[in-house]
Design a protein around this ligand. Structure first.
Ligand code: ZN
Ligand code: ZN
Length: 411
């Protein structure tokens, strides 16, 4: 076990509850986590009650059970979401329940399961819980995605280590990238937030018309909507309470104009989607639409994602992350978007965040769509950054401003 592991796990729980979620008196908190990381869930629950939370609701998952359900149930059963679960989701939203999702699952948990089953089940859940998803994406409630070290995931990331060593190595990475080794992790996050916000502020002042990406296998022009807003680590919920949506996070992001993407972009890291690893992708765009997509691994899953979901042929997020970010420097492929997206410039297929344009959180879905913010039931990030990537920002007057040179911030 890592030296001081229990102490570090306690510091991590404290950081997630206080800085990540900003739990305070009378809050409801819902935690979804894998059963494997129950010790962390216990610490977080205790910490949340001590911070004044009124009620903590825990939903445990289990990779092996999920797999058995997928294998044992028909598509009809998998896609039948009972009304009581939808009612529960509404009740929790009415209570402005803050949400913590702890990711530790095996990225290949569902490998070999019929892609059609996974695709349909995910689509049904996505439709049934649409209101909750939209409210979360518009920051109506505070939400946080963070990680814990699961055994199967750790072994995929560190195949040369034995199981115990791999789990330790993964915890070590989680603690490093979330600044838990710092004496005062909350203070370290305050400073980190301020640094990222400086970059966002510069980009917001520029209000670029479009970005031009060039690099190996990449030449893409990506339009940005009027009054777009670049955001970074810190967010505010509808009640003005601060939270951090992702820990770790290194990105500065906004929404692209869903109708303006021209050219081609090549992925730089694999991604795990629906329990399947997809790798070495290329995407061709015309008028904002993906006209062709390929992958060396997991192509069927990728094509299903793009073809079976509304809005999955267009982009909903553009995010900038320097190649020398701490996660990138670790040179580890995590097969987990929370980590890999923070090692690399990335884009997302599907839904844009309402907060990516001025006053977007108050707009209807139709209004957001008119502003160029893609509407979709999915949001899947894919990584495109590398040490050779250049990005220019082009202003409405046609002025070219370097944003990235050789994978690093150019300003
Ligand atoms: Zn992102
Ligand atoms: Zn994203």
């Amino acid at each position: 076990m890592l030296e001081n592991f229990n102490h570090l796990l306690q510091k991590y729980a404290h950081l997630l509850v206080h800085k990540g979620l900003g739990i305070q008196g009378d809050d409801y908190l819902q935690i979804s986590a894998d059963i494997e990381i129950a010790p962390l869930v216990h610490l977080i629950t205790k910490e949340a009650y001590e911070a004044g939370a009124k009620k903590v609701i825990v939903k445990y998952q289990d990779d092996q059970l999920s797999r058995l359900h997928y294998e044992g149930q028909s598509i009809d059963t998998l896609t039948d979401i009972p009304q009581y679960r939808i009612d529960e989701s509404k009740d929790l939203m009415d209570k402005k329940t803050k949400k913590l999702s702890l990711r530790s699952a095996d990225p290949n948990a569902l490998k070999g399961v019929e892609p059609e089953k996974i695709s349909q089940a995910q689509r049904a859940a996505s439709k049934a819980f649409k209101e909750e998803r939209l409210a979360t994406q518009a920051n109506v409630v505070s939400w946080l995605v963070a990680a814990g070290a699961g055994k199967a995931w750790a072994q995929l990331v560190f195949p040369d280590l034995n199981e115990e060593e791999a789990v330790d190595a993964l915890w070590d990475q989680i603690f490093k990238t979330t600044r838990v080794y710092e004496e005062d992790p909350v203070k370290a996050w305050d400073d980190h937030e301020a640094r990222l916000q400086e970059k966002a502020q510069f980009l917001n002042e520029q209000q670029f018309d479009y970005l031009h990406y060039t690099g190996p296998g990449t030449d893409l022009k990506l339009g940005l909507p009027e009054n777009h807003i670049w955001e970074s680590a810190g967010s505010l919920n509808q009640n003005g309470e601060a939270f951090i949506a992702n820990m770790p996070t290194e990105e500065v992001f906004t929404a692209p104009d869903a109708h303006r993407a021209e050219g081609v972009i090549t992925s730089s890291k694999p991604l795990s989607y629906g329990g399947v690893v997809i790798d070495e992708m290329t995407f061709h765009f015309e008028n904002g639409q993906i006209t062709k997509a390929t992958a060396k691994e997991g192509e069927e899953t990728l094509l299903r994602l793009i073809n079976d979901n509304d809005g999955a042929k267009q982009l909903g997020e553009v995010a900038l992350v320097p190649h020398q970010s701490p996660i990138s420097q670790s040179d580890i492929i995590f097969f987990n978007t929370l980590f890999d997206e923070n090692a690399s410039n990335h884009l997302a297929i599907g839904q844009a965040y309402a907060t990516s344009v001025k006053d977007g959180a108050k707009m209807s879905q139709d209004e957001l769509n008119e502003r160029g913010l893609n509407r979709s039931d999915v949001h899947v990030d894919f990584m495109v950054g590398n040490g050779e990537m250049n990005i220019d920002g082009i202003t409405k007057q046609g002025e070219i401003v370097p944003i990235f040179r050789n994978g690093e911030w150019a300003f």
